[in-house]
Design a protein around this ligand. Structure first.
Ligand code: NAP
Length: 282
């Protein structure tokens, strides 16, 4: 069994950005810059923010956090958000979600300048994804594609089963796979006889958020298994949706957790930031 590690994929993305960065910097007169917008101090937000900012800086660009109290009013938040949205020195915006309930998340998302929407959450970018036009896809979905490309996994005509239909992972990923001519099946919590469906997959992608729920009973021999899940098990250890130990003898390849898709997601965020800064020059 091969292990599809995320680090080499992320390093290749970083190398490419660093090689092109100085000419972009010269033309912009500054480094590409990401605004990370967060309300409150949720541990999961803090971890993602730290990892994202570290990756952006590691690749030679800048990240700045804009932090609001958990009980920030709609008015105050919108005013600051709009200022960042219009700020010419900001190339990309990463909004940590879900926002607190007093904020109108749907409206705020609809306001994001689609060219700064490096996490692909705006309706304009979502429409682009479904219409097959240009735009940013959500970073995790794009990270899975990047990983498959890096490890030269053939997609045309392959049976790909995606478990999960969220707007951040399952749905956009299914659209990206379809665009590359895979035969895509989407499963969810109401899917009947999940094992029967997943066993047909040449490539099985799990994004359900349940520790080690996918076992060797779910996969066919030689299948490529991509684990998007980031979970903690009963012992408090970080793990994926896939029971790695149980699947490793049957699968053709697996992404580890940690060190798989997650390691590529922040690199894709950096890549999108670099592309957004480039767009300013056109
Ligand atoms: P989510 O919004 O909770 O969606 C989970 C999806 O899985 C839903 O569509 C749900 O079905 C489905 N599901 C849940 N239990 C299932 C089961 N037993 N059988 C079949 N389908 C089931 O989660 P998400 O935001 O997409 O995230 C999914 C996982 O990816 C989480 O572990 C998250 O931490 C991880 N994640 C990783 C990264 C990364 O960079 N690696 C980034 C984002 C998220 P219904 O729609 O029917 O409820």
């Amino acid at each position: 069994m091969k292990e599809f590690k995320g680090r080499p994929v992320s390093e290749a993305i970083g190398k490419d950005i660093r090689e092109k960065l100085s000419s972009v910097e010269t033309m912009l007169g500054r480094k590409p810059r990401l605004a990370i917008i967060r309300c409150g101090e949720k541990p999961s937000d803090l971890t993602y923010e730290k990892n994202a900012a570290r990756r952006i800086r590691e690749f030679g660009m800048e990240a700045e956090s804009f932090v609001f109290p958990e009980d920030v009013s709609d008015n105050i938040f919108l005013r600051s958000f709009n200022a960042l949205n219009e700020d010419k020195r900001i190339d990309g915006i990463l909004l940590m979600r879900p926002l607190p309930p007093q904020l109108n998340e749907g409206f705020i998302i609809s306001c994001i300048d689609s060219e700064k929407d490096v996490d692909g959450i705006s309706p304009v970018n979502a429409a682009g994804l479904y219409l097959g036009t240009e735009g940013f896809a959500p970073c995790t979905a794009q990270a899975v594609m990047e990983l498959l490309h890096y490890y030269k996994v053939e997609l045309p005509g392959k049976n790909v089963v995606v478990i999960g239909r969220s707007n951040v992972v399952g749905k956009p990923l299914s659209m990206l796979l379809l665009k590359e001519d895979a035969t895509v099946t989407i499963c969810h919590s109401r899917t009947k006889d999940l094992e029967k469906v997943t066993k047909k997959a040449d490539i099985l992608i799990s994004a359900i958020g349940r520790a080690r729920a996918i076992t060797s009973d779910h996969i066919k021999k030689g299948a490529i298994v991509i684990d998007v899940g980031i979970n903690t098990d009963r012992e408090g250890r970080l793990c994926g949706d896939v029971d790695y130990e149980d699947c490793k003898l049957k699968a053709g390849a697996i992404t580890p957790v940690p060190g798989g898709v997650g390691a590529v997601t922040t690199a894709i965020l950096a890549k999108h930031l670099f592309e957004a800064a480039n767009k300013d020059l056109l």
